[in-house]
Design a protein around this ligand. Structure first.
Ligand SMILES: [Zn+2]
Length: 206
């Protein structure tokens, strides 16, 4: 019986071996696939991308109501002077220095050199610096994500970075240090940002 069995397999042994090999390869392949399949998702699925984003959106949620609830900042003009060039970000206004039409994120207030420039609202001196094109600049940060900048000041400033200021405190004096706006004469370039977006200061006056 056994002999018959092996006899019958005679000649077919090669094919059986081949089939067994194929099965073995198939199983090992399947095992590898399952193993890889188990390990792959954490690597392939952008866990890092979705994780922090979901985390960020969750952590952002509590701040969203405060953004809608926050009070608009009330401003006091930093200089008693004529507006010689208005704020204009969705439009073009003529720039006498560059002699072309362009947007203007700030409000240009003309006054004689040496005229005191005051903080437009309570806040903290975020930084002071010499800008290549906009001259001596003071940046104040305020509650609610507001930032006010005062450019084209005289180089001698009255405040330092980190200093707390109140509305009306003198931070510097009018100069004509903005190379980009020399044709306007003595003036300051006053800008208001809300969450890094320019806002028209004229709409925020007390
Ligand atoms: Zn300007």
């Amino acid at each position: 019986m056994k002999k018959d069995f092996w006899k019958r397999l005679d000649g077919k042994g090669y094919y059986i071996a081949l089939i067994l090999c194929a099965v073995a390869i198939g199983i090992s392949g399947f095992v590898y696939y399952r193993t890889a399949g188990l390990e792959a998702p954490p690597a392939d699925v952008p866990v890092d991308a979705t994780g922090p984003l979901e985390g960020a959106s969750l952590s952002d949620k509590p701040t969203t109501p405060t953004q809608t609830e926050r009070k608009p900042l009330k401003l006091q003009m930093p200089v008693e002077g004529q507006i010689v060039r208005p704020h204009c970000v969705d439009c073009l206004s003529y720039d006498p220095t560059t002699r072309d039409w362009r947007t203007h994120e700030g409000l240009d207030l003309a006054a004689e050199t040496g005229t005191p420039v005051t903080a437009a609202a309570d806040g903290t001196v975020y930084t002071t610096y010499q800008d290549e094109t906009m001259g001596t600049t003071v940046v104040l940060s305020h509650e609610g994500g507001y930032v006010t900048t005062y450019a084209s000041l005289s180089p001698e400033l009255k405040v330092q970075t980190g200093q707390e200021v109140h509305t009306g405190d003198v931070i510097g004096t009018v100069g004509n240090t903005a190379l980009l706006e020399t044709a306007l004469g003595d003036h300051i370039h006053f800008t208001v940002l809300l969450d890094d977006e320019p806002v028209d200061p004229a709409t925020m006056l007390e």
